[in-house]
Design a protein around this ligand. Structure first.
Ligand code: FES
Length: 183
């Protein structure tokens, strides 16, 4: 004959559940200091120096007088709370000599949505591989059906020491008709 239900099994189950619940809360609470500590520890990694400025990008020798743009990486020194990183890539530019032997510089980033444009020497224009915007070698929109809202972003360029090509590098917001610098 079975005895009265004493409630012992359900009490045991309750204790078991309480222990699991308490253990879960304890584990969660233990994670908070770890997460907060990690955030503080990693914070300097997120604080990088601005990726702008006038930077030496090429030499005149690397720019034949044929009007064809050449692509060059833009390297800069970046600094965070712990380290200094010398000459890390922060972008790229196209440089060319115009017919009147002036220098022209464009950011390689497409102003439509930020892809890198290619220059096609056989066609004599730039093409963005993402949505087929085309730009003349002078950076203007070539095909009016291009989705890009403006031409390529020109950048100030100058020659120093008779042979060094320096560019004032800057990124601009994509998808806007106006050139708005990215902070
Ligand atoms: S990103 Fe260049 S056309 Fe869309």
């Amino acid at each position: 004959m079975s005895g009265p239900n004493t409630g012992a099994p359900s009490t045991g189950r309750r204790d078991f559940l309480k222990k699991i619940f308490a253990g879960g809360i304890g584990a969660l609470l233990a994670l908070f200091p770890v997460g907060a500590g990690l955030a503080v520890f990693l914070d300097p990694l997120r604080r990088k120096s601005a990726a702008t400025g006038t930077l030496r990008v090429a030499t005149l020798e690397a720019l034949p007088n044929d009007g064809i743009p050449r692509k060059f990486p833009v390297l800069a020194t970046r600094v965070d709370a712990w380290n200094k990183f010398n000459l890390v890539p922060i972008g790229a530019v196209y440089l060319r000599r115009t017919a009147d032997n002036q220098l022209q510089a464009f950011n390689v980033v497409c102003p439509h949505a930020g892809c890198f444009v290619d220059f096609l020497p056989d066609r004599g224009h730039y093409l963005c591989p993402c949505h087929n915007s085309t730009f003349t070698s002078a950076g203007k929109i070539q095909d009016p059906s291009s989705p890009a809202p403006r031409g390529l972003d020109s950048l100030p360029v100058e020659v120093r020491n008779q042979k060094e090509v320096w560019v004032k590098f800057q990124n601009f917001q994509a998808g806007r008709a106006e050139k708005i610098p990215v902070a």
